[in-house]
Write a protein that binds this ligand. Structure first.
Ligand code: SF4
Ligand code: SF4
Length: 479
């Protein structure tokens, strides 16, 4: 054996030293490898631990969500059932009201989705300013999703700013809890930007769902503003086409207009009957059937309303009124009244009044005016729908809204109204703004009016009961 450095043979001592060195180096290398393995193992163990922690957190969150969902289902079912029971217990309930109540029951208590023929994709709309005809014409089914649930409101209350209105909080709550098929299964959301709350809701929904945002003119009397709204409807139609695969054409739009015209004819028959006989039906029932429209296949709803009209015509002939002549006839106006939040209609009727009419967008307003089609082309019909959605609309999100005063005056005359209850959902500034003007106008007519501010909680029911009762007694006995 040689020493490599000088090629001299190594002596045994050197050889042993060298072997010893080599063994030492090997042992160090082995130790190093073992340490590396140990480090990898530690790292892998740490990674695994982190993954396990994430999984545990996810499991806990999923369990929490499941518990929340179960609680939500129990509470929302109970709330819907309570409102339905109160409606059903009102005296002189027409038999033909039952199918409408069943619709509300299916959606809010049994948590079923809407019954759309051939499983048409549903489009959630958030205001009466989205023309349903365009959705029908392009192979969709509109469902109106403005929320009235106190349970969903409680969940949305944690997400939305404190001063947002309960309607928007309820929508956010429904979206977050994810247990309502009517919300969950929508293929597209259509949100017109009307007030600040709707604007922020539109942005919030857009981050989560396919959402079409429609810009609505603040002033509907200027042609250039209306022209922009027509453009919005065309954009909405293109978005719908991506969802349903069906373009807008003359025949289907014309059929859809005919379908809504049939429904409006039945509604006008009802309105006419009620005008002639303001005591023929309790307004809570009419608000219930108008709310059911939001979740019904339109021809079916039309048939149900036709049956109700027949029943009421029979009652009118037999002079069978729902209440006695001396019941104060009340008009309810203001922020939307959405099932199951029927606090005010039920209080009015249980405290000795008759809800004789309403001027709210979940009531007659949403469906009252037919489109006036002058030009029988797709463009002519779209323009007629744009006009119908905005020009006669009495929503206070428009800058000028004198037509709401005219409309309320007309309702007071038609239904021989003796008092007006003005509903303000907490946080709904646009309706609150218009109260003063209405109060002045009512003063001129000598019609008493009260402003009632509330949200979807049940906590203020007793306080509201006292106010509504006092108001009804004031009308009854003078004050
Ligand atoms: S109150 Fe006005 S903005 Fe709100 S849903 Fe009704 S019509 Fe639309
Ligand atoms: S109009 Fe009023 S109730 Fe409707 S979304 Fe706006 S703030 Fe809410």
């Amino acid at each position: 054996m040689n020493d490599n450095r000088n090629n001299l043979p190594m002596n045994p001592a050197q050889l042993r030293q060298r072997e010893h060195l080599e063994q030492k180096n090997k042992a160090v290398e082995k130790m190093q490898r073992q340490q590396e393995v140990l480090e990898w193992e530690n790292k892998a163990a740490e990674k695994m631990q982190r993954q396990q922690e994430v999984l545990e957190r996810e499991n806990k969150a999923a369990e929490k969500m499941q518990r929340q969902q179960e609680r939500f289902k129990r509470k929302s079912t109970a709330a819907a059932q309570k409102t339905l029971r109160q409606i059903r217990e009102l005296s002189h309930k027409p038999d033909a009201i039952e199918p409408f109540l069943e619709t509300l029951e299916n959606i809010f208590s049994n948590r079923k989705d809407v019954q759309s023929p051939q499983g048409l994709p549903t489009v959630g709309t958030y205001c009466v300013m989205v023309p349903p005809e365009i959705i029908y014409a392009q192979g969709g089914m509109p469902v109106k999703l403005c929320g009235g649930s106190s349970t969903a409101f409680g969940i949305g209350d944690d997400t939305a700013p404190r001063d947002a209105c309960p309607l928007v909080k309820a929508v956010m709550g429904f979206e977050e809890i994810g247990t309502m098929p009517v919300y969950q299964n929508c293929s597209l959301m259509a949100v017109p930007v009307t007030c600040d709350c709707k604007k922020k809701l539109a942005g919030w929904l857009e981050e989560r769902r396919p959402t079409a945002i429609l810009h609505v003119p603040a002033n509907r009397d200027r042609d250039e503003d209306m022209e922009r709204f027509v453009g919005e409807l065309y954009r909405f139609s293109s978005r719908l086409e991506q969802i349903t695969g069906k373009a807008l054409d003359y025949d289907s739009l014309s059929d859809a207009c005919q379908m809504t015209a049939d429904a409006q004819f039945q509604l006008s028959r009802f309105i006419d009957l009620r005008r002639k006989n303001p005591l023929i039906i309790r307004g809570t029932f009419s608000m219930a059937f108008m709310n059911a429209l939001s979740y019904s296949w339109l021809p079916e709803w039309t048939g149900q309303l036709s049956a109700l009209n027949r029943e009421l015509e029979g009652r009118a002939k037999a002079n069978e009124m729902a209440v006695k002549e001396n019941r104060p006839r009340i008009l309810l106006t203001g922020s939307p009244v959405i099932f199951p939040n029927f606090k005010l209609p039920l209080l009015i009727e249980s405290m000795g009044g008759l809800l004789a009419a309403d001027e709210t967008c979940m009531g007659e307003r949403g469906f009252y005016d037919p489109p006036a089609v002058c030009d029988r082309t797709v463009d002519g019909m779209i323009r007629a729908l744009a006009n119908r959605a905005t020009r006669p609309c009495t929503c206070p999100t428009f800058t000028d809204n004198l037509r709401r005063i005219y409309r309320i005056r007309q309702l007071i005359r038609d239904y021989r109204i003796q008092g007006v209850i003005y509903h303000v959902l907490r946080g709904c500034l646009v309706y609150d703004y218009e109260y003063r003007q209405l109060e002045e106008e009512m003063g001129k007519l000598g019609i008493p009016v009260i402003r009632v501010e509330t949200d979807y909680n049940d906590e203020d029911v007793e306080q509201l009961r006292i106010r509504v009762e006092a108001f009804i007694e004031l009308i009854k006995y003078g004050g």
